[in-house]
Ligand binder design. Structure first.
Ligand SMILES: Cc1cc2nc3c(=O)[nH]c(=O)nc-3n(C[C@H](O)[C@H](O)[C@H](O)COP(=O)(O)OP(=O)(O)OC[C@H]3O[C@@H](n4cnc5c(N)ncnc54)[C@H](O)[C@@H]3O)c2cc1C
Ligand SMILES: NC(=O)c1ccc[n+]([C@@H]2O[C@H](COP(=O)([O-])OP(=O)(O)OC[C@H]3O[C@@H](n4cnc5c(N)ncnc54)[C@H](OP(=O)(O)O)[C@@H]3O)[C@@H](O)[C@H]2O)c1
Length: 532
């Protein structure tokens, strides 16, 4: 496969890592990016139009840096555990620099069309129409392989709510939200309860007269820091949970989700039984409710000229509305016969390969979502695509691939009803391990038990950091073991700006005094009980 050409569409996280993996396996990738820089969603702009990814100024990652990095390229150790988006962009710049990706990217070039060549059945090649955005000129180029990395946070989903036409206030979509300016002193309604809604409502509640947050289903809010101040994904994303009986896993995760507050008392809790994917990462929302700047509301019944009516018949005067109701997506440059998408559910085998397209020379990287970091999923998808193109992965017959997609759709419907919000959703570890098995980079857990028990324990019971998938197989990294073993130490490095006192105890500093004190207490209770 050395020297075969690959067209990578988009230079966000998915496009960058796909280009890098192509180069690592000897392919000749050309990445086309319609924007003028790398990063996709992380390429922050003061204003964004529909059709391009967008971010608000205050956005901070909600997955920690050690869990969100590429498996062979850790974040600088001095970076905060949860970096602001500007740090993440800098990290992507470093990644592109380190792996010499920029000279592979054609900026300001938009892909208009991707279609099979006439002799596709024998060559598997694709004809790609590219537009130079500056001159408007188009060119037609032929490629052996195509990786689609065009993202899916560009086109806001707009719910059809009664009376919106008659509403006299302003409304925007979270996609267009940049900061609180223009909301000062207003009565604001935020609709939805995903991560965008949680962040935006919390921020606005510091500046608006009052914020209302309307949700149909509710959720749980998990703080960025859990046990002992560790980043929450380091606590939750552990392989050990996979081996526990489902009931115990539920209990442990439920405890983590609810350790901070009783979500019912705050009006946040879901109105359906606990599922492990019901969560947003948000440190502020409960506090904003506690101080009275923000109130939760039920679903909306209708908009009126100056107010909004809710399901419980309450009515609030509202000046401004933010729809944080998620996104639609499409792959406009591909025919629907190549990839079919129904209600945000893409018919893709392993969420990467369109089943009906043979030979398998086209892959999609990025149509995936999870409650854990997304970046490592995109990297694993890219590794899978490149191994597939290289002939190292054999796919099952078309019919089997199609029924696998159907089964996944049915499972999602069973878990989440018809909530299309979860149509890209996967269980992080199950999905990573499944793809890793095909790529040939699964950690050899049993082998480590015999050869390196400390590593075995880390892989089994520690956080599933991306480096776990660089211990073995193609793309194996010599530093992966060290990254895994030293992981927790690195968490504290950016926070050690002051040498703190070491007396975070209950005041009985000496363990001996403490033991005697506890024994005396037990003895006196026993004596009192005997005499009573
Ligand atoms: C607000 C927000 C916060 C997030 N926070 C986190 C987080 O904390 N941790 C985490 O792991 N994930 C997070 N995510 C998920 C995030 O989307 C992914 O981590 C990842 O950045 C997605 O990358 P992508 O390359 O698939 O898509 P994008 O970043 O959308 O990039 C797609 C690129 O393709 C280009 N493109 C599209 N069409 C064409 C075309 N026809 N021709 C040429 N170029 C094209 C676009 O210009 C864009 O640059 C967040 C998402 C959002 C919306
Ligand atoms: N800080 C961060 O890192 C950060 C910040 C923001 C976003 N993100 C990520 O970006 C992605 C997009 O997040 P998002 O919050 O924009 O979208 P999202 O996760 O799809 O959430 C959309 C929300 O809108 C609600 N909704 C949809 N249709 C509705 C309707 N008709 N009426 C009322 N409510 C409706 C959904 O509620 P139901 O459950 O009721 O359907 C859901 O709460 C996610 O991957 C997220 O993790 C990350």
């Amino acid at each position: 496969m050395r020297g075969k050409s690959v067209c990578v569409i988009g230079a966000g996280v998915a496009g960058l890592v796909s280009t890098k993996e192509c180069l690592a396996s000897g392919f000749e990738p050309t990445c086309y990016e319609k924007d003028s820089d790398i990063g996709g969603i992380w390429n922050y702009k003061e204003s964004s139009s529909q059709g391009e990814p967008s971010l608000y100024a205050s956005c901070v990652l909600n997955t920690s840096k050690a869990m969100t990095c590429f498996s062979d390229f850790p974040f600088p150790e001095e970076y905060p555990n949860y970096p602001h988006h500007s740090y993440f962009k800098k990290y992507l710049n470093m990644y592109a620099e380190h792996f010499r990706l920029r000279n592979r990217i054609q900026f300001g070039h938009k892909i208009l069309n991707v279609s099979k060549m006439n002799d596709y059945e024998t060559t598997g090649q694709w004809r790609v129409i590219v537009q130079n955005m500056a001159s408007g000129s188009t060119s037609s180029l032929d490629y052996d392989f195509v990786i689609v990395c065009n993202g899916h946070y560009c086109d806001p989903f707009i719910p059809d709510i009664k009376g919106l036409d008659s509403f006299e206030g302003d409304y925007i979509y979270s996609h267009g939200y940049k900061n609180f300016k223009g909301f000062e002193g207003k009565r604001v309604l935020v609709i939805g309860l995903g991560n965008s809604a949680g962040d935006i409502a919390s921020e606005l509640s510091r500046h608006a007269e009052h914020v209302f947050l309307s949700t149909r289903h509710g959720t749980y809010t998990v703080s960025r820091a859990l046990d002992n101040g560790l980043p929450s994904d380091r606590v939750i994303v552990r392989r050990l949970y996979r081996y526990l009986p489902a009931a115990i896993k539920r209990i442990l995760l439920f405890r983590n989700f609810t350790s901070r507050i009783n979500h019912s008392n705050y009006g946040i809790a879901p109105n359906h039984p606990f599922t492990m994917r019901d969560l947003i990462i948000n440190d502020e929302l409960p506090t904003r409710i506690l101080v009275g700047s923000l109130n939760m509301k039920l679903d909306i019944t209708k908009f009126k000229e100056k107010s909004v009516l809710f399901e419980d018949c309450s009515e609030e005067r509202i000046d401004k509305v933010v729809f944080a109701t998620g996104y639609e997506y499409s792959i406009p440059f591909l025919e629907t016969s190549t990839i079919s998408i129904e209600q945000r559910f893409p018919y893709l085998y392993k969420q990467i390969v369109p089943p009906g397209v043979e030979p398998h020379t086209l892959a999609v990287v990025g149509r995936v979502g999870t409650n854990a970091p997304v970046v490592p999923l995109l990297e694993m998808q890219a590794r899978y695509a490149v191994r597939l193109f290289g002939g190292h992965i054999t796919l099952p017959p078309q019919e089997q691939m199609k029924s696998s997609c159907e089964r996944r759709k049915q499972t999602l419907e069973k878990m989440f009803g018809r909530e299309i919000r979860f149509n890209l959703s996967v269980d992080y570890i199950d999905y990573m391990d499944d793809l890793a098995a095909d790529v040939g980079c699964s950690p050899k857990t049993c082998w480590y038990l015999a050869t390196n028990p400390r590593l075995w324990w880390k892989v089994l019971a520690g956080p599933v950091v991306p480096a776990q998938y660089r211990l073995e197989g193609p793309g194996k990294c010599p530093k992966a073991c060290e990254t895994i073993m030293e992981g927790e130490k690195c968490v504290w490095i950016p926070m050690r700006s002051r040498r703190a006192g070491e007396h975070e105890t209950d005041g009985l500093y000496n363990p001996l005094i403490k033991t005697v004190f506890v024994l005396l207490c037990i003895a006196s209770v026993a004596v009192a009980y005997t005499w009573a």
